[in-house]
Write a protein that binds this ligand. Structure first.
Ligand code: NAG
Ligand code: NAG
Length: 349
């Protein structure tokens, strides 16, 4: 065990020292939901927007960016760890042009999922449309950087997929058209089949390094506790069981994809366990509050209607695991980003 920890420590030290001078990957290309959306929803008509204070209060310039957080997302912190000094702008923003395209692209949209129906319910960008935007991005990149540089960038880039939580919280659990017809297990398998086709499509277009996040302990999100847990302390256990079943399936799918597609490196990042540990034992990690978010009452506030300038905020968000009722604070995202390093970002980067 001690030996294993030593090996990890050395691997991380080498990894960080090599990250100081340059980026470990040429670009980062991101798909998914609010866990990774850097502001695409600011450019479409939906209520799922984080374009107003107090979102972004601890980000550079203290302005809202469209991120559902007080500061940086786990993926921003991961980009920092990989040696990036700036982030790909939201793909729908005017800044996603010219040289900025060399950094990569972010197509994610809060409220989206693997299932396009999830996105349609929230009027956000479905995953299939995010894939279309990726095709468009490749031709823009080719005109900016030339075809050799563009294909090297596409091949060398780190691809991040952060999706699935909304499929359960904003679709399956609340949508009788789905939950009356499919068991959770069937719906999970359906989502995984979409994930697998999506990865194959990325691979077909040149992607070789892919990291996807597992589901979070969705039963522990303050929103789930409030709406589905009858205000009990503790988490909605059945939701967490569903998430763990999904996570088993996505890990099996990734193993199979890696076997079937030569040269593909794919890692599923487990965010379930680190976030669950934070919620169960916040003080161990330097947090004091894990049952409600910092913004407003922290139990239901997530969107423009609910977490806004009039909502009060907690006095010190670094002590809160959650920023709003669904999304981790920057302080918690830092804990997650640190575990992603140990879980294999060096393997694919
Ligand atoms: C593409 O070109 C840019 C700017 O000239 C350069 O910084 C980058 O390293 C190139 N990327 C690849 C993958 O060759
Ligand atoms: C916020 O809380 C953290 C952790 O308890 C502490 O280290 C920090 O000093 C606090 N910041 C302020 C401004 O009180």
């Amino acid at each position: 065990m001690g030996g294993l920890i030593l090996v990890f420590t050395i691997a991380i030290a080498v990894f960080f020292s090599s990250g100081i001078n340059s980026q470990l990957v040429p670009a980062i290309i991101t798909f998914g939901d609010s866990t990774v959306d850097v502001g695409n929803n600011d450019y479409i008509k939906t209520v799922f927007q984080a374009d107003h204070p107090p979102y972004g209060k601890d980000f550079t310039n203290h302005q809202p960016t469209g991120r559902f957080c007080n500061g940086k997302l786990a993926t921003d912190l991961t980009a920092d760890n990989l040696g990036f000094t700036s982030y790909a702008p939201p793909y729908l923003s005017p800044q996603a042009s010219g040289k900025n395209l060399l950094l990569g692209a972010n197509f994610a949209s809060a409220g989206s999922g693997y299932d396009d129906t999830t996105a349609e319910l929230s009027h956000v960008i479905p995953l299939s449309q995010q894939l279309q935007y990726f095709k468009e991005y490749q031709s823009k990149l080719t005109s900016v950087a030339g075809s050799k540089n563009a294909s090297d960038t596409i091949k060398g880039a780190l691809y991040i997929i952060g999706s699935g939580n909304s499929d359960f919280l904003q679709n399956y659990y609340v949508n009788p058209f789905i939950n009356k017809h499919y068991t959770v297990d069937e719906y999970s398998s359906y989502l995984i089949s979409i994930f697998s086709s999506f990865v194959k499509s990325l691979y077909g277009q040149g992607a070789r390094r892919i990291g996807a996040t597992s589901l979070a302990p969705i039963g522990c999100l303050p929103l789930a506790r409030t709406i589905f847990g009858q205000h009990e302390r503790g988490c909605v256990a059945s939701f967490n069981t569903d998430a763990q079943q999904f996570n088993k399936k996505i890990n099996a799918a990734a193993t199979q994809l890696q076997r079937q597609n030569p040269g593909l490196k794919i890692v599923i990042f487990d965010i379930f366990k680190p976030l669950y540990d934070l919620v169960q034992n916040p003080t161990k990690f330097g947090f004091t509050e894990a049952t409600k978010g910092c913004c407003g009452t922290g139990t239901v506030e997530t969107t423009s209607i609910l977490c806004n300038q009039k909502s009060g905020i907690c006095s010190n968000s670094t002590e809160y695991v959650f920023w709003d009722s669904v999304h981790p604070s920057q302080a918690a995202n830092q804990v997650l980003a640190d575990t992603l390093i140990i879980q294999g970002i060096p393997l694919i980067a």
